[in-house]
Design a protein around this ligand. Structure first.
Ligand SMILES: [Zn+2]
Length: 241
């Protein structure tokens, strides 16, 4: 089977997504770049994770043409393609409807630095404007937000999109941002959380960068984010209004 390793990874991480309660049913989608190419292996639509095999995973080129596999790719393939085109450093993309991150997305509010782990994404997690799922508009909005250098973006009234240098890193971003969203929600339930200042987040992001270098196969190696990269994009600013 062509691209066996990458297609196997997609199935493995879809099951982890379910186990980590970052999605329900057959929701969410995952892709991994075929190293050194514009191709990516992406989850198919309409197959539950318990019966899915690597053969069901589809490999697409940047335009969405099928390179390998017989299934219909995820309806969000455009958003994955746009993420790879915008971020050459991204080796994998994870999209979830995880409940706490999506709660902020429905409020169209960024997730602030109430906890330093937001550094997995950047100084904050911005909100991309709303567009219908699967649409070209949605992929453009998501890519514009990712172009600012953040590793995660909220999709208004929809969910979360995370990128990483590999699938392990992208999954780690989705998992940690869900935790931060939950903490932010809980903290606001009983008070007004203190948000870490940008200069402290610069320090955190720099520490994560070093960690990522040392722990190349670690469980949670965040992708490199520079201090400027995490700056708000116009889309992010709109989301905070
Ligand atoms: Zn979705």
């Amino acid at each position: 089977m062509k691209y066996e390793q990458e297609r196997h990874l997609v199935v493995t991480y879809l099951r982890r997504l379910l186990a980590a309660r970052l999605t329900t049913g057959s929701g969410g989608n995952i892709s991994v770049r075929i190293s050194g190419t514009a191709y990516f292996a992406i989850s198919p639509t309409g197959i539950t994770y318990d019966v899915m095999t690597p053969k069901d995973v589809v490999v697409l080129d940047a335009s969405g043409a099928v390179v390998a596999g017989k299934r219909i790719p995820s309806s969000e393939w455009r958003m994955h393609a746009a993420a790879y085109a915008t971020r050459p450093d991204a080796g994998a993309v994870v999209h979830t409807h995880s409940v706490f991150a999506t709660t902020f997305a429905c409020l169209r509010e960024e997730i602030p630095a109430v906890h330093y782990l937001v550094g997995f994404a950047g100084k904050r997690v911005p909100v991309a404007p709303y567009a219908t799922y699967g649409s070209v508009e949605l992929s453009s909005h998501a890519a514009a937000a990712l172009a600012g250098g953040v590793n995660a973006v909220l999709l208004a009234n929809h969910g979360l999109l995370a990128v990483g240098m590999d699938l392990n890193a992208a999954f780690g971003v989705a998992e940690e941002i869900e935790l931060v969203a939950r903490i932010a929600w809980q903290a606001r339930a009983i008070g007004e959380p203190v948000v870490l200042p940008d200069d402290e987040m610069d320090v955190i992001i720099e520490k994560f960068r070093g960690y990522g270098k040392q722990e190349t196969s670690g469980a949670a190696s965040p992708m490199v984010v520079s201090s400027q990269e995490a700056a708000e994009t116009p889309d992010a600013a709109e989301g905070t209004a």
